[in-house]
Design a protein around this ligand. Structure first.
Ligand code: 5GP
Length: 298
């Protein structure tokens, strides 16, 4: 029997590198769904848009167990109910199976929609290290029609930070006074350390003059604003992927290992709160994300 022609060595090496890369990409997507950086529906949309993509090549079994709260038993029951074979890949689902899977996801994990009648008070929050500050600074520098609120804080200025521009740097006694005299729209102790709060007066003045106001604050603050001003527009900034968020956190290099681990745990909890927000915007590039936030003011 004649030998089958074999691909040249280099091609095989390239193919095996591609296979490793594809597996890595699928594993990354599973982390994104597990950490709620992308919704299961979003992953399914990507798979159906391009069945040859990493999302398209993902097995339906891996997809389901990546979803928080679905274990192997539940997964098998779901697949039986939806009449989907466990060997199927997302990109290879038949049209009836796709619809059944979509309907199942929409019922079990509905994607939130923006609430009606929101005001020009924009709140930008998101997980640690997602780049809220950079996006907010970009908006301040490129969208003069939007007022970026300047917070009061008890932390010390970092090199280059200007009082009254980046923050109002105040001592504990002054912060106590701001709280006691009800001069803050919201305030919180961030990372268990320093207090930060949003002065009310400049915001009320700007909103009264018809301007849009942007607050770049933490999640606790965003919740307080929602309670105090239910028509505020809440925006959650997402990283392009969980791996990218980890990279940004580590890459910053300003915290020690224990602090980094603590911030990652916090980020995970923070990501789980995104459904409380009206909009989710992905910070893939700062200018694009900033433009998307600014467009909410139109
Ligand atoms: P940093 O000390 O790095 O400037 O800010 C730390 C965190 O404090 C950031 O997550 C930022 O969003 C948050 N933050 C800044 N200003 C305020 C504020 O006025 N209120 C609340 N709740 N959080 C704030």
């Amino acid at each position: 029997m004649a030998d089958r022609p074999q691909p040249p060595e280099v091609d095989r090496a390239a193919a095996s590198r591609r296979a490793v890369e594809a597996r890595r990409a699928r594993a990354g997507l599973k982390r994104d769904v597990a950490m709620r950086v992308i919704s299961p529906q979003e992953l399914l949309r990507r798979a159906l848009a391009d069945p040859t993509s990493a999302a398209g090549a993902m097995r339906v079994t891996d997809f389901l167990t990546a979803i928080p709260a679905i274990g192997e038993n539940k997964r098998d029951r779901i697949l039986a109910d939806l009449d989907i074979s466990p060997v199927k890949r997302l990109g290879g689902l038949g049209s009836r199976q796709r619809l059944a899977l979509q309907a199942f996801l929409d019922e079990r994990l509905p994607e939130p929609r923006p609430r009606a009648g929101r005001s020009r008070l924009l709140v930008l929050a998101g997980p640690t290290a997602v780049g809220k500050g950079t996006v907010a600074a970009h908006i301040r520098d490129n969208h003069p029609e939007i007022l970026l609120s300047v917070s009061a804080t008890t932390r010390a200025p970092r090199p280059g930070e200007v009082d009254g521009e980046h923050y109002y740097f105040v001592d504990d006694a002054e912060f106590d006074r701001l709280v006691a005299e009800d001069e803050l729209l919201e305030w919180a102790t961030v990372h268990n350390r320093h207090r930060y709060g949003t002065p009310k007066a400049p915001i009320e003045a700007a909103l009264g003059a018809g301007r849009t106001v942007l607050l770049e604050i933490d999640l606790q603050g965003a919740r307080q604003v929602r309670a105090a001003a239910p028509d505020a527009t809440l925006v959650f900034l997402l990283p392009p992927s969980w791996d990218e968020l980890v990279q940004r956190l580590v890459g910053r290099g300003t915290e020690d290992a224990e602090e980094r681990a603590r911030r990652l745990r916090t980020a995970r909890v923070e990501l789980a709160s995104q459904n409380e927000f009206d909009y989710r915007i992905v910070n893939d590039t700062v200018a694009r994300a900033a433009a998307e936030v600014a467009a909410l003011a139109d």
